[in-house]
Design a protein around this ligand. Structure first.
Ligand SMILES: [Zn+2]
Length: 212
């Protein structure tokens, strides 16, 4: 899958995930849990934009959405970029779609995020520094976007014929569908699925089901 496809898949996927999170936990308005689960604030659907315009939203919400989608688009191919393709290059050595395309890597990112926030918080308390709540939200939103970018990248690759080494260090390649139903990188399949997905995401956006 090429970089542009990964960006499109990441955006449509993240819109779905963040909107779903907002639907499941609508009462969460502030605090760390809200920062993590609602990184972009209230989802902007087409009916929402038509009826309320941007009057209800603060500049803070706008900033979060910009940060979120910028990070998401920039890092949509991060798992590939972290791999060392040829000797001498910077990156993690190993087979293509290995470590950086696995559940291990996702768990590592969660652990890293928790560690940075706990240690960072301790450091700030120890040095009597007060972090601005907006700054905390920007950092959390960026971190959630990074995680979703990696997750969507792995999910997209797992829909192709080759699959991913999801249980790395186990070497077996696997995918979300049986291999016969997955697509080769060069066939029309991925484009059809992607355009179908964009169409679906667009329709759901227009109906007010998902937003960005
Ligand atoms: Zn990849």
């Amino acid at each position: 899958m090429n970089g542009l496809d990964h960006k499109g898949f990441a955006v449509a996927g993240a819109m779905t995930v963040t909107s779903l999170m907002y639907d499941i936990t609508p009462k969460l308005q502030s605090g760390s849990a809200a920062n993590v689960l609602h990184p972009t604030g209230i989802p902007w659907t087409w009916p929402y934009l038509i009826h309320s315009g941007l009057r209800l939203d603060s500049i803070e919400t706008v900033v979060m959405k910009v940060v979120f989608y910028l990070v998401l688009i920039q890092l949509a191919s991060l798992p590939d970029r972290l791999e060392r393709r040829k000797t001498g290059d910077f990156g993690i050595p190993g087979k293509h779609r290995g470590c950086t395309h696995s559940c291990f890597f996702l768990a590592f990112l969660i652990l890293l995020g928790v560690m940075i926030s706990v240690l960072g918080w301790q450091f700030l308390v120890a040095h009597h520094i007060l972090l601005d709540p907006v700054m905390t939200r920007v950092l959390t939103t960026g971190a959630v976007a990074l995680f979703l970018a990696v997750m969507m990248h792995i999910l997209a690759d797992s829909m192709t014929k080759m699959g991913v080494r999801a249980l790395w260090p186990d070497e077996s390649l696997m995918g979300v569908l049986p291999q016969d139903m997955r697509f080769t990188n060069t066939s029309a399949g991925p484009s059809l699925v992607l355009w179908g997905m964009y169409f679906l995401a667009g329709t759901l956006f227009a109906l007010g089901v998902i937003g960005f």
